[in-house]
Ligand binder design. Sequence first.
Ligand code: ADP
Length: 476
Amino acid sequence: MRVAILSSEAVPFAKTGGLADVSGALTKALHAEGADSFLIIPLYDQIDRTALGSTFIDDLEVDWRGKLARIRVWQSDALKAPTYLIDAPHYFAPGKIYGEVNDFERFAFFCRASIALLNRLGDAPDILHCNDWPTGFAAVEMRARRRHEEFFAKTRIVFSIHNLAYQGAFRPSDLWWLGFNAYASDFMLDGAASALKAGLVAADVLSTVSPRYAREIQTPEQGYGLDWLMRARSDRLIGITNGVDYDVWNPETDTDIAANFSADDLSGKRECKLDLLQRFGLPQEPERPIIGIISRLVGQKGYDLIRQAARGILDTGAFFIALGAGAREYEDFLQSWHDQAPQRVGVYKGYAGEPLAHQIEAGADIFLMPSLYEPCGLNQMYSMRYGTVPVVRATGGLDDTVESFDVSTGKGNGFKFGPYSASALLEKIREAIYFYTQPDIWAQIKRNGMKTDNSWSAAAKKYLQLYREVTRGAPV
Ligand code: ADP
């Protein structure tokens, strides 16, 4: 099974969130399952070029705006599966991964170049696996090209939704010079062109990152204007829960944390806790619980609830340690909370890279994810592995992956609340801290989490099954 995975970000190269973790780990896990999988991403400025091999192709010709653009492609083996990096400095050298005014154009170029690259990489892929709106253009182009190009005739298109709220909207008048005018109706959504919608229409099958999110996006509350399309294509929509890359997220081997530990010997976790307190300039009081959070600072992640519950959270006696980058209003809130309680609230504003995220996972006692919605969520699964108990809102993948602790059976690996309200959040935090003060019960909850198997291989097998089914069927 030859699988080309297209993504705008992937570890260990470039990351803003979970999409990067998933794109890298899935490519690798498919390879480990015997698939001929490879990854294509843009070569951003911030990618360390010393980690790349030599240029793979010097003269890839990309048909772009009526001319032939000639670009380079690099190859890397950093992932244990081939990665090709599209070197188009005009689009990807300056600045950010996302957030430029012409993001739609940058990623449209990436898609066109990726398909040109597939033409040069030997056999056509059986599967073109697109991920989120930046790759929507590739789905549209592949569907069009396989109709008249023998080379791609057998290629099937899988489109994974990692977050339906990001839709890649741009002015419809830009469609013509991007070369997509013929497919305008596939793109159109509420007066704008949407790269996500076009990809969702063009793909042969759709997947998303948890079964519950697959159901939620078929409702008006969570469909972001596309629930009708999700319902219309529900016969071709599947939820496959993401896994955890235990090569990367494993407290027994993690080199970023102060001491290693395991489910059988948790003693190193205390050292990690003291190290974390010190990193955030907080007093060395290891008996106090630490509540940790790592997330993009966007409305989705539940910061409105944290803000409302702030006083109550500190009344529980806990430390609060937050790592996050994003909206100004939440950064300001975190800063002022820290200023009011510098001995109890530790804050790192910005994208910290991997080591600090690992240190928080290892050093915290409780990990908070009060998301308004969460397609899958990865940190709750990382937390479990590090003996850090997740307190989450029961939505999307959080609901699918966290099992509420039941004191009468001793089963469960976390705490879940339902209503999107500060009082429901606070109640769950109080409950978790109540059990924290009972060491035997707390040790049991931690062990339950550490023994939960969220490895990628189960998910990779499900993707392979999906690929097999779609290659047997007729194209859309
Ligand atoms: P999302 O994909 O919506 O951002 P996930 O929980 O699926 O949420 O994945 C988030 C990933 O990004 C995790 O690996 C998390 O550790 C990481 N992350 C988020 N914000 C930061 C940050 N400011 N610094 C470092 N890592 C971060």
